[in-house]
Design a protein around this ligand. Sequence first.
Ligand code: IPM
Ligand code: MG
Length: 357
Amino acid sequence: MKTYKIAVLPGDGIGPEVTRQSVKILKELAKKYKINFKFQQGLIGAAAIKKTGKPLPEETLKLCLSADAILFGAIGDPEFDKNPKLKVRPEQGLLALRKALNLYANIRPVKTYPSLYEKSPLKKEIVSGVDFVVVRELTGGIYFGQPRGRSEDGATAFDTCSYSREEIERVAKVAFELALERNKKVTVVDKANVLATSRLWREVILEFSADYKSVDLEFMYVDNAAMQIIRNPKQFDVILTENMFGDILTDEASVLTGSLGMLASASIGELGNKTRGLFEPIHGSYPQAAGKNIANPSGSILSAAEMLKFLGESQLAEKIEKALDKTLEQGTATQDINEENYSTCSEFAERVIRNLI
Ligand code: IPM
Ligand code: MG
């Protein structure tokens, strides 16, 4: 029987409670089907800083390097947000992990559910049938560019946005390959009318796309894209974009689904001849809800499904997706989706488990 070693990093806020639900569901699959998981927990983020002083302890990194995949919860703690002068911050843990594992492609599917059409603040005609994927570059751009920091007198601050050809090509490959499996359209989102990095993106992608003649390629400025995502989201198949634009646009896109709690993501890359994968909901740590058992575990559950696909267990991933679909169709909803009549985070997951076939 196949055994997968899964590093589980619950992190902060609602991270632990949503991740617990996914682990429960994966254990249930292991009971029913020929598959085995060895789960090992690691500290990251504020939880790690409080215990070890570091947002990404060496032990956690070691655990992640030796795992077949990583299931990640959430990161961030308001205690650290209050003081902008702090040098050690929870988010550094996730950023350092992405960099250390070379997770350069972040894949964020945006799909709306018929049972939730009414929950979106947008009109049903706009959100019905939306199904696109954002491929966000994850280890470059302004998140990591050097130099960054303060001038000597501290009165000026600067960040650097930088991209190399190689960084653009490898993430473009992920997007174009994905488009081939889907509706064969790639929209590159940039700000080429202003930024030098965006112009390099265009140059590299125009060359690169010559090998993908069957894929429709278009370029769109990020300001326009922000508008198009809510005006006519059905026009998109695969959106390819740089790190920060992808961060912003995916939070925006989550509104289409009715809740930020619904979206999953896969962060993929290669290191030392091994393909690496980290799977996490796109929502944050939602500290106001932490420990209350009210969070929506769907983003985490769907991330677990993405993880199974990555491990080559697509049939099992589909079982999770179908069970979640059915749960939503039955009207089971967490508080973010149905304020009047809601199931708790753990009740919702129990329902999903009951719907597993
Ligand atoms: C995300 C998050 C992170 C990011 C933060 C927590 C560093 O917003 O994964 O979208 O900006 O990448
Ligand atoms: Mg974000």
